[in-house]
Design a protein. Structure first.
Ligand code: ARG
Length: 467
């Protein structure tokens, strides 16, 4: 962007000529790492406060630096961060502006630190904030899932395996499956947060420093649980970013699967759901169309988020200790994944909260496809003490007969059922309705409406929702 051809003001002592245009461009991270400005200011303030406490920098200078940093922050807040490629990154941009504002005292800020521990600290702080944001988004999604599940604890739909009708389930049960997935995502993010919450600040370039710094003090000031324990690892570790991306990738897979359900359910042959207008689009040529674009994009975004994880894994593989400039490329994939994930979570939360479930269509579909065949087999086992394998065979004959006549199982006359197996009597019909089928599945975690209501109540308590 800017084209200062003189020697660099930060390392001008060693380099006579300025960087070539290509060098300047490939080196500059300010176009993306300006997103770290809040964390960079906070870490610098903690650092200078510690330098003063330890008597490494005089109190007067430290106060001047802290005030100056507040002023820089105010400017960034008001006007954005200026992008001067000669200043490379957010760290040099801030320090150089500080020097313009307060003069030579600014030069004392970088005592006993390096951009290597500085960027490791800033980025950890940023990822930690991103985790807190993602957690509140996921909480909102779980809240929406639980609300709709409570509404539909007794709404019957076909349950599928291989996307073929398998057994009737309830819509509430189906939605609560996603509540479970999102709960595991939240716990993965929480694990990542707990693991990353150590401060690399004070590791300096790679080997630590001879200044009498207090790393515990800066760690505490920045909300870390303590300092990291190896300076080489501190500046070269990006596990925290990978942990975040792994959790994000897995979460995006769950969102993609949920999106896929909505896409299938909204298609005309299914007709299980009318998507909210606010999260659909029309077609420029086919007036009747209402397309599930938001859900499709959530499904698509998961590919990009997994790509972000892959990108950083491959960047990190094979890097020797300690810092290498490759690691500057850690930020774009994390930033990209974070914004894609936040949008995806918001879109799916809206979709779950506002979808109009067409329970009549779901129930009608559950009646098709011999979804209660297992119930006939179970009935034979229970009432006639027939081994399950044999009961399975008898039921198969009944399904075949009903299918050849184009009717449901419970529409077969008793004589026909008796002709298949004499041990069948009229009580069997009570077991063949879809209501009886779901009500029977009352094992822990099963689809019976009473069981689903229990799980919903538990979930509401776990989320801290008032009854
Ligand atoms: N902009 C750099 C990054 O994001 C900061 C660290 C630079 N350190 C160095 N020794 N060149 O990784």
């Amino acid at each position: 962007m800017s084209g200062n051809s003189g020697s660099n003001q930060m390392w001008g002592g060693r380099f006579a000529a300025g960087p070539s245009a290509i060098m300047r461009e490939i080196n500059a991270s300010i176009p993306f790492d300006k997103a770290l400005w809040r964390q960079d200011i906070a870490a610098s303030k903690a650092h200078v406060d510690m330098l003063a406490t330890q008597g490494i920098v005089e109190a007067q200078d430290a106060a001047l630096i802290a005030q100056g940093l507040d002023q820089v922050a105010g400017e960034y807040e008001a006007n954005g961060v200026p992008e001067d490629w000669d200043l490379e990154d957010i760290h040099m941009t801030t320090e150089s502006r500080l020097a313009e504002l307060i003069g030579p005292a600014a030069g004392r800020l970088h005592t006993a630190r390096s951009r290597n521990d500085q960027v490791a600290t800033d980025f950890r702080l940023w990822v930690r904030d991103a985790i807190d944001q993602v957690d509140s988004g996921l909480l909102a999604l779980q809240t929406a899932l639980v609300a709709r599940a409570g509404e539909h604890a007794g709404s019957i739909m076909p349950g599928f395996t291989h996307l073929q009708t398998a057994q009737p389930v309830t819509l509430g049960h189906h939605l609560m499956a996603y509540y479970e997935m999102i709960g595991r995502d939240r716990s993965r993010f929480a694990d990542a947060r707990a693991r990353m919450n150590r401060s690399p600040l004070g590791a300096a370039a790679l080997a630590g420093t001879g200044f009498p710094i207090d790393r515990f003090r800066t760690a505490q000031a920045l909300g870390f649980d303590g300092p990291t324990d190896n300076s080489l690892d501190s500046v070269s570790d990006r596990d925290f970013a990978l942990d975040y991306l792994m959790a994000a990738a897995q979460c995006s897979l769950h969102l993609s699967r949920l999106a896929e359900e909505f896409i299938i359910w909204a298609s005309q042959p299914f007709g299980f759901v009318a998507l909210p207008d606010s999260l659909s689009t029309g077609s420029s040529i086919m007036p009747q169309k209402k397309n599930p674009d938001a859900a499709e994009l959530v499904r698509g975004h998961s590919g990009r988020i997994v790509g972000c994880l892959t990108a950083l894994m491959i960047t990190m593989k094979g890097l020797p200790l300690a810092y290498s400039k490759d690691m500057q490329d850690d930020k774009p994939p994390v930033f990209e994944a974070a914004s894609l994930l936040a949008l995806s979570i918001a879109a799916m939360t809206g979709m779950v909260a506002e979808a109009r479930f067409r329970t009549d269509r779901m129930r009608g579909a559950a009646e098709l496809g011999y979804a209660t065949a297992t119930d006939l087999a179970d009935w034979l086992v229970r009432q006639a003490n027939i081994p399950f394998r044999e009961a399975h065979h008898i039921t198969g004959s009944a399904v075949k007969l009903a299918e050849s006549r184009g009717i449901a199982l419970d529409q077969l006359p008793l004589e026909d059922l008796k002709a298949i197996d004499a041990r069948i009597d009229e009580r069997v019909y009570a077991a063949l309705s879809v209501e009886a089928s779901v009500a029977a599945r009352c094992s822990h975690g099963g689809t019976a409406p009473a069981e689903v209501r229990k799980r919903v109540a538990q979930a509401r308590a776990a989320l801290g929702l008032e009854e």
